[in-house]
Design a protein around this ligand. Structure first.
Ligand code: GLV
Ligand code: MN
Ligand code: MN
Length: 393
């Protein structure tokens, strides 16, 4: 789809896919692209206190119909997760104009910053700052893998870190929010449908485990003399796999030994756990089981372990009335849940919120194999235009 092709060369990860992270040089490039696309359409572009970008069709105002998504990616991410929702939103405006439609309510496209938390570790950073779900002081102290604080990165990007935080004015403008997204699974493939509507999102959190042992020599240290934090971390990875049963999910996608040398027993290992389940008690139970195993493994190895919750979001059931209205508007498309997190999930606590999914033939996401056919993307944009016309009439 036009737009996605324009972005194909921006933030390429040399290991495959894309590395597009918030408040980076690549982010500034993506912001410029979005501002140009919006201005070319005569939309008024503004950035809110938290670095989220808004493009307004008509005068900004309260109770607006808002659509959009994010342009950042996970490390090595696919081309569609986020950008498809932004590109489809712009395309939907073109379609509505082509139909001679004029919105009866303010209408905006929003691009949320650092939805993936790929740089600062905190999921849905822009929307959680906006709503106040993430404390601004805690956010300013977040650091990236290179030790750069969020406050510093925000400043370097030309924004004021002192202004981060709950933005009641911006929040009041959201009368209803609809995010279009590539499906991160094969639900629509199995149903033979190009477009669907979301019902719910799993509860989801991230925890950092820091195992501390004794850095030492790989050849000169007898096996019985070691206090190796990597061994405790490895046991925790296996415990996470064993603990995630009955539709719960536990993933360790990032593990950093310090100092990180082939012939060095690490002095410490940081490991990040992503845990999800249908409700908060099951998510908490899952993390408690893994925590217990981590503490046992650390004690067995003569190591210490410290655990920090880096983010947590309750499960989300999208507004049922709005969901059904979208399904009707689209002539009875399927409704399906998702295990992935979204800014829409954060906003759902503040305004009626819905999501549209576009079929993903590979079912893969957060990897370069993520895909959607051109015709399905076009169908998604048409569906979004229909929905916006229904909501903004
Ligand atoms: C974001 O896509 C997530 O689910 O982590
Ligand atoms: Mn994602
Ligand atoms: Mn996404």
């Amino acid at each position: 789809m036009t737009g996605l092709a324009d972005l194909a060369g921006v933030g390429v990860d040399r290991r495959g896919g894309f590395a597009r992270h918030g408040f980076s040089g690549v982010d500034l490039e993506l912001r410029r692209w979005f501002a140009e696309e919006a201005e070319r359409r005569g939309l008024d572009v503004e950035t809110d206190r938290n670095g989220n970008t808004w493009a307004w069709w008509g005068p900004p105002g309260e109770s607006a119909v808002v659509t959009g998504s994010h342009l950042d990616s996970v490390p090595g991410g696919g081309a569609f997760d986020g950008p498809l929702g932004v590109v489809a939103a712009l395309r939907a405006i073109d379609l509505l104009r082509g139909r001679g439609f004029t919105p009866g309510r303010p209408l905006a496209v929003v691009v949320f910053v650092e939805e993936e938390g790929g740089r600062f570790g905190s999921a849905c950073l822009g929307s959680r700052l906006l709503t106040g779900a993430l404390d601004a002081d805690a956010a300013r102290r977040l650091t990236d893998p290179g030790g750069v604080s969020l406050a510093e990165a925000v400043r370097t990007s030309g924004f004021d870190p002192a202004r981060l935080g709950r933005d009641g004015g911006a929040l009041r403008r959201i009368g209803v929010f609809v995010e279009l997204h590539v499906e991160q699974g094969r639900g629509l493939v199995d149903l033979g449908a190009p477009v669907g509507v979301a019902s719910s999102i799993l509860a989801h959190g991230r925890w950092r485990f820091r195992f501390t042992g004794e850095g030492n020599h790989a050849g000169a240290t007898m096996m019985g003399d070691r206090r190796d934090p990597m061994v405790a971390a490895a046991a925790t990875v296996l415990a996470a796999r064993r603990a995630a049963v009955d539709d719960t999910r536990a993933t360790v996608g990032r593990l950093v030994p310090t100092p990180g040398g082939t012939n060095v027993i690490p002095s410490s290992v940081d490991l990040w756990l992503d845990a999800r389940a249908h409700d908060t008690p099951r998510t908490r139970d899952l993390v408690a089981t893994i925590t217990e195993a981590a503490c046992r493994a650390a004690a067995d190895e003569g190591c210490a372990v410290g655990i920090t919750e880096e983010s947590y979001g309750d499960p989300v059931t999208f507004d049922v009335g709005l969901r059904d209205r979208l399904v009707d508007t689209l002539g009875g498309v399927p409704v399906l849940p998702t295990g992935a997190g979204h800014d829409a999930g954060v906003l759902a606590a503040h305004a009626p919120t819905a999501m549209l999914f576009v079929r993903n033939p590979t079912g893969v996401s957060h990897a370069p194999e993520e895909f959607a056919e051109e015709a399905d993307c076009a169908e998604g944009a048409r569906a979004l235009a229909d929905v916006l016309a229904e909501l903004a009439q």
